[in-house]
Design a protein around this ligand. Structure first.
Ligand SMILES: Cc1cc2nc3c(=O)[nH]c(=O)nc-3n(C[C@H](O)[C@H](O)[C@H](O)COP(=O)(O)OP(=O)(O)OC[C@H]3O[C@@H](n4cnc5c(N)ncnc54)[C@H](O)[C@@H]3O)c2cc1C
Length: 421
């Protein structure tokens, strides 16, 4: 893997990218493509590649490379392109602060403290996992309770197992992947418990990680108590009613020495908040235009920092767009502007970008609030499309063409996803 590609850190760059995950690397390539010359990617881990380095299972790149790769293979392909294009990469370095004039404060063990001037910046800091505190599970504060991503790091990168008998709370993709990984490594997985009436991971992961390994999935069920003094000894689980309240009289005890939490990701937005960017309360990421520019000129964002993606291929797609526009900002000083606001309507939790333009092609990403079988997506009353099924765990993509909008002269369009009778 690639740790660093520079000997000397410059004090001026055209584009500085914060985060060397799939979003950051693809954004740097996009910026290069549209004319930016001096580009720096900064990552705080020992090696660039982001979370992909610990995702050693296949399933990446089916859309982008039309072949099935593991996470590290996917990252390596992008990193090699970045090195070939003379993009500077610095790892084991942290971006502490960015100010309104895009002066970036960087701290690195090998290069020291630096203040770098950037003509444009791309925020690609990814996301972090929600922990036990976020859902306030009652019980003792024993060891053996950890996030599924941390367990993935232990098993796949550091080479040790978190325990012998595991319970998984939450059916996010990382939890499903870890149910299979732990089973393959000889750990007994007692089950995956999901509070919602539907799973929160991709359907392919439910089939390939649970059903293929006979791991039970309990829907509308949650962990109501954690037991154990020093080490976790078991959990009490209970079904929940339609208001998500546990039904204590139907609870049962599951012995285990490990509880993995797969209860969602939160965009890593400390820098965005420091910059006082406008944040979308639903995605918890910055509000972006169709060029992936945030509410501050010259500051772009992409990947999990904007909204949580289920497939890395879409991260790369969105990041190339952000990078291209950061490059345009540097060379032409303004990416194109938008004239239409998108409003999430019936059964649409959010849409990204939040604005579009009537004279360009766009891909709009959104998530539904509840699963529907046959449904219809309506973009105002100007365009509609039938959907076979929609699921909160699977992002819905809508390609918007200028021809849809040629007779539309308003300022805002609502997107609804409605059941088909
Ligand atoms: C634990 C975990 C496991 C996952 N497993 C899968 C999976 O198996 N399959 C799948 O399709 N998707 C998986 N995902 C989803 C995955 O996050 C996305 O598909 C993709 O990696 C997002 O890319 P990104 O570049 O936005 O974020 P990341 O890959 O998270 O990269 C962000 C990078 O920014 C760095 N960074 C953050 N802040 C700073 C700072 N201030 N200074 C410097 N560097 C900084 C981080 O260290 C990190 O390397 C997983 C996510 C997590 C959190």
């Amino acid at each position: 893997m690639i740790t660093e590609s520079i000997k000397h850190l410059n004090s001026n760059y055209d584009v500085v990218v914060v985060g060397g995950g799939p979003a950051g690397i693809a954004a740097a390539l996009g910026a290069k493509e549209s004319g930016a010359e001096r580009i720096l990617i900064v990552d705080r881990e020992k090696e660039a590649g982001g979370i992909l380095l610990q995702c050693i299972h296949p399933g990446f790149g089916l859309q982008h490379f039309k072949e099935e790769l593991t996470g590290p293979e996917y990252a390596q392909r992008f990193l090699e392109q970045a090195i070939a294009q003379d993009i500077d990469i610095i790892a084991d370095a942290y971006i502490l602060d960015i100010d309104g004039d895009r002066r970036v404060k960087l701290m690195s063990g090998s290069h020291g403290m630096h203040v770098i001037s950037a003509k444009a910046t791309v925020l690609a800091m990814g996301a972090r996992e929600r922990t036990r505190g976020a859902i306030r599970t009652p019980g003792t504060r024993c060891s053996g309770v950890l996030t599924a991503g941390l367990a993935q790091r232990f098993v796949n990168l550091l080479g040790f197992l978190p325990g012998n008998k595991a319970v998984i709370l939450g059916s996010g993709d990382i939890g499903l992947i870890m149910a299979r990984r732990l089973t393959l490594e000889g750990v007994e997985v007692a089950g995956v418990f999901e509070i919602m009436p539907h799973a929160n991971g991709l359907n392919r992961n439910i089939v390939q990680c649970l059903q293929d390994f006979n791991i039970p999935l309990y829907l509308s069920t949650t962990v109501v108590e954690i037991h154990g003094r020093d080490r976790i000894e078991g959990v009490t689980v209970a079904p929940v009613n339609e208001h998500l309240q546990p039904l204590a009289d139907q609870s049962w005890y599951v012995p285990c020495d490990t509880l993995l939490l797969s209860i969602g990701l939160i965009p890593e937005n400390e820098l965005s908040r420091q910059l006082q960017l406008r944040i979308d309360p639903v995605t918890s990421g910055p509000v972006v235009s169709s060029t992936m520019e945030t509410s501050m000129n010259g500051v772009f964002a992409c990947g999990n920092v904007v909204h949580i993606h289920d497939l890395v291929d879409f991260v790369s797609q969105e990041a190339i767009l952000a990078g291209r526009n950061a490059g345009l900002y540097v060379t032409k000083n303004r990416p194109p502007t938008d004239n239409i606001r998108l409003i999430p309507g019936e059964n649409v939790a959010y849409c990204v970008p939040q604005t579009i333009s009537s004279d360009r092609d766009h891909t709009v990403y959104m998530r539904v609030r509840r699963p529907l079988k046959e449904s219809i997506l309506k973009l105002g009353d100007i365009y509609e499309k039938k959907l076979r099924y929609v699921f909160p765990a699977e992002m819905v993509n809508l390609k918007v063409k200028p021809r849809f909008l040629q007779n539309f002269h308003g300022e805002a369009l609502t997107i609804d996803i409605l059941p088909l009778e």
